[in-house]
Design a protein. Structure first.
Length: 363
């Protein structure tokens, strides 16, 4: 095996656990560092993306976490009634066969539990296999009986284009990782913004000198040939202190752009002057529009689920943007606190008036 052989993706991920940090797979530590930053950003942005919506009314057999992960990675989750388990499920799926006049698949292949021929035990667990289920079409199946409509599958799409949103995370995470790595390099270079050059005889002295600077030693002892400064030159790396602010501002703008595409509030707060109302309103308008890109498709599916599986639901299924739900809950709590405070104030005034009246009666 060649010592310079490059490892694959799995080798780059597991090499530190299997072979240690210094192995033949560590061919480019700089690239691995940027890849680590990229994975960190992808994980954080994915967490934000899959926690944007709050589902209410879903049965316990449907996990909203798994539902949002399916929509994020595959842009599709299929809801159907499973006769084997007698429960409403939402699983991964894909369109099967032709599309109808509305460009909707006529059937779906879902990944669900297979047919159970005997009781499920630890030694004989349920098998999972593909199932083909006809799709519910409101224009055609509206007149069907409830028992017949219950056998149809309902798709939940991530958006009207039915495209996964993982590309947003990957593209912007790559851009941000490049800027973060640049900031790390510039930060380290600002600590020592010059490179010392000299003859090979001075190599050990220069290494000790540089190590002392990195460690932050208060006193650097200069001995030996290094005292003769004629043998030493310094090359300026050209580190510009103003580049940190510019790169940080650029990073914030890219992050805000990614958040806007995901429908998350990200007003530009880097301006030195105060933001005008028009700028804030324009940003809110774009954010709200991107929210409805994903929200409308989910609400359309909720309407069909409530129509087809009304008998199997304890309450109607609905979905809202998490920020709006939290804002409404905070507004309701604030209104309740104000009402309690007002009632307490009114009772205090009533008690005061009663006391005054009794005092006058005594006099």
């Amino acid at each position: 095996m060649s010592r310079n052989k490059r490892g694959g993706g799995a080798d780059a991920l597991y090499q530190s656990h299997l072979y240690g940090e210094r192995s033949h797979f560590s061919y480019n530590p700089a690239m691995q560092r940027e890849a680590s930053i990229n994975r960190l950003l992808e994980r954080n942005m994915t967490e934000l993306a899959v926690n944007r919506f709050k589902w209410t009314g879903l049965p316990t057999s449907i996990d909203p976490r798994f539902l949002e992960l399916c929509l994020f990675f595959n842009a599709l989750a299929v809801v159907y009634w499973d006769n084997d388990y007698e429960k409403l499920l939402a699983v991964r799926g894909s369109g099967t066969g032709f599309v109808n006049m509305l460009d909707n698949p006529v059937s779906f292949t879902v990944i669900g539990p297979g047919s159970i021929t005997k009781p499920v035990t630890d030694t004989a667990p349920a098998q999972f296999q593909n199932k083909i289920i006809g799709a519910y079409n409101p224009a055609v199946h509206e007149d069907l009986e409830d028992s017949e409509r219950r056998t149809k599958a309902i798709p939940i799409w991530a958006n009207y284009l039915r495209a996964p949103e993982i590309d947003i995370v990957k593209i912007y995470a790559g851009r941000l990782a490049t800027i973060d790595r640049t900031l790390e390099i510039n930060s380290k270079n600002s600590r020592r913004n010059k490179v010392i050059t000299g003859s090979p005889n001075l190599q050990l002295s220069m290494v000790n000198f540089a190590r002392g600077m990195d460690q932050g030693d208060e006193l650097l002892q200069v001995t030996g040939p290094i005292q003769d400064l004629e043998f030493i030159q310094a090359l300026d790396l050209g580190v510009d202190a103003e580049s940190f602010d510019k790169l940080s501002l650029l990073r914030t703008r890219i992050w805000n752009e990614a958040m806007t595409l995901l429908g998350i509030d990200a007003a530009n707060q880097d301006k030195k002057e105060r933001l005008v109302v028009a700028e804030v309103g324009a940003n809110d308008g774009q954010t709200d529009s991107m929210r409805f890109v994903s929200l409308n498709a989910r609400r359309q599916a909720c309407d069909m689920i409530n129509e087809v599986f009304a008998a199997d639901l304890e309450e109607e299924v609905s979905v809202d943007f998490m920020v709006e739900v939290n804002a409404q809950e905070e507004a309701d709590e604030q209104a309740e606190r104000q009402m309690i405070t007002q009632n307490a104030s009114d009772e205090h005034h009533e008690d005061t008036d009663d006391a005054d009246a009794r005092l006058k009666a005594v006099k």
